[in-house]
Design a protein around this ligand. Sequence first.
Ligand SMILES: Cc1ncc(COP(=O)(O)O)c(C=O)c1O
Length: 359
Amino acid sequence: MSEQNPRLRAELAAVPAYTPGKPASADGPVAYKLSSNENPYPPLPGVLERVVAASGAFNRYPDMACTVLLNELADRFAVPVSHLATGTGSVGVAQQLLQATSGPGDEVIYAWRSFEAYPIITQISGATSVRVPLTSGDVHDLDAMADAITERTRLIFVCNPNNPTGTVVRRAELERFLDRVPGDALVVLDEAYREFVRDPEVPDGAQVYRDRPNVCVLRTFSKAYGLAGLRVGFAIAHEPVAAALRKTAVPFGVSQLAQDAAVASLRAEDELLGRVGSLVAERSRVVAALTDQGWTVPETHANFVWLRLGDRTSDFAAACERAGAVVRPFAGEGVRISIGETEGNDIFVRAAEAFRKEL
Ligand SMILES: Cc1ncc(COP(=O)(O)O)c(C=O)c1O
């Protein structure tokens, strides 16, 4: 046997690990998982039926072109099918975008802190991450991001609303930023939480992209549509970018179960968006309670809230867990708490109150 290990790409050594939200423990007091920004509602019966029906044929490959789903999305967004591309969750599509645009020597700009997959997929591509700190209010600093652009910049993520802070950039500042980005750099508007936005000043990427060939929008079925476990997301982009996404897709990556569930979810959109409305109401309730308790909560437009706890982060997360709610700590920075079932939110709010009293 050879003593040598296979030679792996040097970039992999520095790839940070993705930390998934901790599950709620099956035995013990913890009952609510508020750690992954998932939809707490179980699948709609109609959607579940479609998935069960599709599962009778999983000896076959799925429709590689996702024909029915793309046609539904084209109608839904009033865009040509050629402007759409699917992937294994929007994180899969984001990785395809990096494969399509960036490699060693190239630069990828994103705000920090933002979605933790950005540094991972950038590092895997071989490109260099350029992290631009959020403002003191935990918002994207678009001026600083524009200042960071060089001739090496190939891709810029704008996460709107931003994970994990929930903050947004508004129309005028985004347009001003986009006007400063050279046409050969791709701006990716990651709108995984778009359906939770209620502020009309927050731009809809599906409109913004129309007259900007270097803008691509990412959307997902994982959050508002409750299909996180099935892995389907999509991009809306002009033809060359969408075509590049089709080339970089893992063949047959989106299962037929996922495709059929996504189509059924689009057809049940009223009901699903009603659930989103309930989560938005819960969000207001949680934010109001935290504010009453004296916490500073950045204005959130997503299905989670962010508490910048610094070195008390781990203690706070542990206190929540003891009380019965698993949250997502980012060590030394803060805690992201997903909006979940009413009882789970109540448990979290009580834990936050108790923690605050002991400060
Ligand atoms: C900002 C953002 N983008 C993309 C994703 C990826 O979601 P998915 O791959 O499930 O579509 C997430 C998930 O947490 C996210 O927070």
